[in-house]
Design a protein around this ligand. Structure first.
Ligand SMILES: Cc1cc2nc3c(=O)[nH]c(=O)nc-3n(C[C@H](O)[C@H](O)[C@H](O)COP(=O)(O)OP(=O)(O)OC[C@H]3O[C@@H](n4cnc5c(N)ncnc54)[C@H](O)[C@@H]3O)c2cc1C
Length: 419
């Protein structure tokens, strides 16, 4: 790849799965393009996740159509290092023009000429189209309630690697989406005393009647949903491929010894305070779980499928004491808790783009990834076109659509009047 490119039709910013998918489709459509990645290909998978993380979906599903995983069976959950390797091999196999170690610092609209001027860490590039593929899970977010206490070891889940990293003593994990619940489980299995603060969540069954939940979401059309149900826009999803893949079941985690708490509300004088909403959050999660079983049963009946009944999937353990007699205040020192892991999500930084392509919340203004400013496109955003948009397989389909849109625009731009 020449290092001296100063003009390109389409510049893709970010060499994660979104940038790679974009580059594959642009290559197929013969659109001259370049991908700039400020670290290395699949940096987020390689460097920003905990050591034991495996994919949330099985290998047959959480991949691009063009290549299978080399070292995992179709129903296995691929370790994150192998996911990063997969994208590196993919980029090589499709001969994608990706330049690593180059950061895009600023994009400015050209005045009086087409396209954009792009300031990078290695000089200026002029591009007709910009695709932002910089990732939705970019900046770890820790809420303002985090206590200022130098004796507490506090990290975001993005900086968690393994149990050995934490000091001796108990740990409070705030947030029970896929990250928080998996990290809490791992810490508890390593022998730590773990407290897990559980907010509203969805928790699909890992599998039901012999099929993984990713299959159920597929056949039921739920990956294609264009928005979450009203009122559930910010509800996290608790799933895990760890230990061969198990349904997240908070009652089982409590029986295993995890101390469950409601949503973390505040900290004062060494005490953490929690909402009295644990039982309700778990009840809502159960409702979501059972609704999927019902939809699956209906689908099986309607289509006459021969899948084994699984009545035990509807049996729950009794409510644990943490649900019936919830802890609402926890003296951290008294309970020997000296670490907090904030599994509280991420935000994104688009300050490198022209301000008027963003909305009042500094988030992209777009329709299905086509930015409000002609020539600017977005990929990898939650619900960009559907539920699947941030997932490996989903971003590939979004990238295909964006590539088509760029080709359509190129046709208009190359039009010459015949008379
Ligand atoms: C803990 C966790 C587990 C997940 N597990 C799964 C899973 O099992 N299955 C699944 O399908 N999805 C999963 N996801 C969701 C999603 O697949 C990943 O977050 C994935 O990394 C998103 O890919 P991306 O390419 O959109 O963004 P990223 O992977 O974040 O890639 C963006 C890239 O852009 C680069 N970049 C950023 N700014 C610039 C700049 N200014 N100039 C140049 N380069 C820049 C970054 O260095 C980065 O490499 C998970 C997410 C998280 C947080």
């Amino acid at each position: 790849m020449s290092k001296n490119i100063t003009q390109i039709d389409t510049l893709v910013v970010g060499g994660g799965q979104a940038g790679i998918a974009m580059s594959e489709h642009l290559s197929r459509l013969d659109v001259p393009h370049l991908v700039l990645e400020k670290h290395q290909i699949a940096h987020t998978w390689r460097d920003m996740r905990w050591d034991s993380l495996v994919a949330n979906g099985p290998a047959w599903h959480d991949r691009f159509p063009g290549m299978e995983f080399a070292h995992s069976g179709a129903d296995e959950f691929v370790p994150k290092e192998q996911i990063a390797d997969y994208f590196n091999v993919y980029a090589e196999q499709f001969n994608l023009p990706i330049r690593s170690g180059v950061e895009v610092k600023k994009v400015t609209k050209n005045i009086g000429s087409n396209g954009f001027s792009v300031e990078t860490s290695e000089g200026m590039i002029h591009a007709q189209h910009i695709v932002s593929a910089t990732g939705a899970f970019q900046i770890p977010t820790i809420p303002a309630i985090a206590p200022e206490d130098s004796e507490l070891y506090q990290i975001h889940s993005a900086n968690y690697r393994n149990p050995e990293q934490l000091p001796e003593g108990g740990v409070l994990v705030v947030g029970a989406g896929s990250s928080g619940v998996q990290i809490a489980d791992e810490l508890q299995r390593s022998g730590k005393d773990v407290y897990l603060s559980v907010g509203p969540h969805d928790r699909p069954p890992r599998s039901y009647r012999g099929r993984d939940f990713v299959w159920w979401l597929g056949v039921l059309g739920l990956w294609e949903a264009q928005a979450n149900e009203p009122g559930k826009e910010h509800v996290t999803i608790a799933v895990s491929g760890a230990y061969g893949g198990q349904t997240i079941d908070f009652r089982r985690l409590a029986a295993q010894g995890l101390n469950l708490l409601g949503r973390t509300e505040s900290f004062a004088d060494g005490t953490a305070y929690f909402r009295n909403d644990l039982a309700e959050n778990i009840r809502m999660g159960d409702e979501n779980y059972l609704a999927l079983l019902d939809q699956a049963d209906e689908y099986i009946a309607r289509n006459g499928l021969d899948l084994p009944p699984e009545p035990e999937a509807r049996e729950f353990l009794a409510d644990p004491q943490c649900m019936t007699k919830p802890t609402l205040a926890l003296d951290l020192k008294h309970n020997n808790i000296n670490s907090i892991i904030w599994a509280t999500g991420f935000s994104s930084d688009y300050s490198w783009l022209p301000a008027d392509v963003l909305d009042d919340n500094l988030m992209p203004q777009h329709q299905r990834g086509v930015g409000s400013e002609p020539g600017i496109y977005f990929l990898g955003l939650p619900w960009l076109s559907r539920r699947g948009s941030t997932f490996i397989w989903g971003v590939w389909h979004d990238a295909k659509y964006i590539a088509d849109q760029i080709v359509i625009q190129r046709q208009y731009q190359h039009y010459c009047a015949q008379n």
